[in-house]
Design a protein around this ligand. Sequence first.
Ligand code: GUN
Length: 302
Amino acid sequence: MAQLLDGKRFSKKILEEIKERCEKENLKPGLAVILVGNDPASSVYVRMKEKKCKELGFVSKGYKLDCETTEEELASLIKQLNNDPEIDGILLQLPLPPHLDSKRMLELISPEKDVDGFHPVNAGKLLTGQSAFVPCTPRGIVELLKEYSIELEGKNVVIIGRSNIVGKPLAILMLNENSTVTICHSRTKNLKNVCSKADILVAAIGKPYFVSGDFVKEGAIVVDVGVNRVDSVESGERLFGKGSEKVEKIKEKGYVLVGDVNFEEAYLKASYITPVPGGVGPLTIAMLMKNTLESHLKRVKK
Ligand code: GUN
C-alpha cells in the first residue's frame, strides 16, 4: 500500500517561506493574470491565483477580457504589462478562445516576466541547460519528489502526455536529474506494457481514471497530474462502479473531480502516490508564486 505524496502540505510550507521572506526583506512581487473568456475551470484557477497573491502580500492585477477580445487588444495589454514596473510576472491563462493564436500571444510576454515558462526563449533555455523560468507543474513535481527524498538518478521515468505545459518540460527536468525518460502519448504502442516498467509513472493526459492498476509496477511511484470533472451519473457508474461514493457525490453535488489515475487500484501497488485533489494541483500555484518572487529578486537584484 502506498504512502501519500502530500502536495497540499508541501505547498503550504513553500508559501509560508515566501511570505516570511517578503515580510522580512520588505519585498513586493507583482503578478498580473489575464483571463480571456469565461471558461469555468479557468475562472476558478485564476481566482485561486489572485487569492494566493493577496495572502502573500504580492501586488495582484487581474484582467478579465471578454470572449471577443482581438489579438491587437490582448497584445496591447501584454505590452503595457511588460512595461509596468510593479509587475514581475505575467500569466496568460490557457486555453485561449480559438480565434486567438496562443503561441503568438505567449511570445509577446517578455521572457523576463514569463513566470509560466512558456515563452520559447525560456523553453529553449531549459532544453539547453541554461537558467530559465521552469513551467510550474513540472517544477512542482520534481520538488515534491525531492521533498520525500525520492532518488531520481538512474530511475525509469515514464510520462504519459507530451504537452508543452507538463510532459515535455518535465521530461527535460527529469533528464537533468539523470533519470531515464520515456514520453508516451495517444499513438504509443503497448502503452500499458511501457508504463508497467516505470519506477516513476506520471499521468498527464486529461482522461479520468485512465491509468488502471495494471499500468503500475509493484512499488512504483505514481504522480497524477489530471484534474478531470466527471458530471454525469452514467460516466460515473462506468468509471467508479454503481453505488460508489463518487457516484453518490455526483448525484449530490453535480460533479466530482478525479485524476487520470484509478487511485483505488494504483494505491494498492504503488510505494508513493499523489492524491487528487491535494497532490500536484496546489504545487502548481506554489511554484507560480516562487517563480514570481524569483523574477522580482532578479529585477531588484537582491
Ligand atoms: N492552463 C492550464 N494550466 C495552466 C498553467 O499552468 N498556466 C497557464 N497560463 N494556463 C494554464
